[in-house]
Design a protein around this ligand. Sequence first.
Ligand code: AMP
Ligand code: MG
Length: 321
Amino acid sequence: MFFSMLGRICATYILLLLTACSSPKELHDSRFIMGTLVEFTVSDTDRTIAEQAIAEAANEMQRIEDSFTIYGDHPNSVKLFNISAVDHPVSLPDEVSKLLETALAVQQQSGNRFNPALARLNLLWGFSLDPPPNAPPSDLAIRTAIPPSECIKHIAKQWARSDRRCQLDFGGIAKGYAIDRGIDILKKHGIANAIINAGGDMRLIGQHHQQPWKIGIRHPRKAGSVLSSLSLQGDVSIVTSGDYERFFIYQGKQYHHILDPKNGYPARKNQSITVIAPSAMLADAWSTALFVGSPATVPSAIRFLSVSSSGHIVDNLRIKK
Ligand code: AMP
Ligand code: MG
């Protein structure tokens, strides 16, 4: 569960299939960050360097969680923005401002399927509560919490919200951004072969013992079963959004945590979407966007595997030759 301080471990959607035996030159470490188990694997690197790099990457990812989370008592600029007076511009740190610009670009390109201003609606549904809720909110409460589609304004390097329902939630994009920053730090330490896997959202670089990394994508309805396996190398980000990560059942119907910004209810078109993109940030945002639905055009850098609610699979993950 991303950004909730409550600490339930996410189901892993994408598996790292480490087929070769661990060599002395391979280091595994895991930390609990961003509400999920973040696994670091570093290959073919001196152990001391790898340990230092992983510790620094983990600290950076924790810093990003603290800067972007809407949960807990720790103050940050996102929480302050969310209670700022309507139409009153405030400054956001450069990092928050840049991620917000990216999020708004995906919102626009996806036809408002991705919307970074759904905090009020997300908090109303309460998927981050522990234990999770056992019934949906009322129709009226849901309708009242939906923000207008364009309610965040960029005014002379400052930001304002034009409606009090408009509250930022980076839960659909910031985990990917944190993975990117973690990889940047591993690279800065000279590491060329590594994976950061945050509850199934991952970015890999290089190779695994001179071979491509083997990645398995889990079947959204058959726990433990691999839907597709991929051999990936170089610099690849792969992220899944699924309806089985955080949900409750009410009167026989499943309610999960990815909301359709148009009606305020859990999106019903898909069971899971796995995206490969140039960065984990974009893979994260687009997996959430495409889970809600596919716009007429998707940027050419975004490749995805979808499992529709009826179980129909479309797989264009493999690089076209
Ligand atoms: P993900 O697991 O990456 O698909 O992101 C789901 C998280 O993103 C949720 O827990 C919410 O915090 C947030 N979210 C839910 N629906 C949306 C949406 N339509 N657009 C953007 N963020 C969303
Ligand atoms: Mg996402």
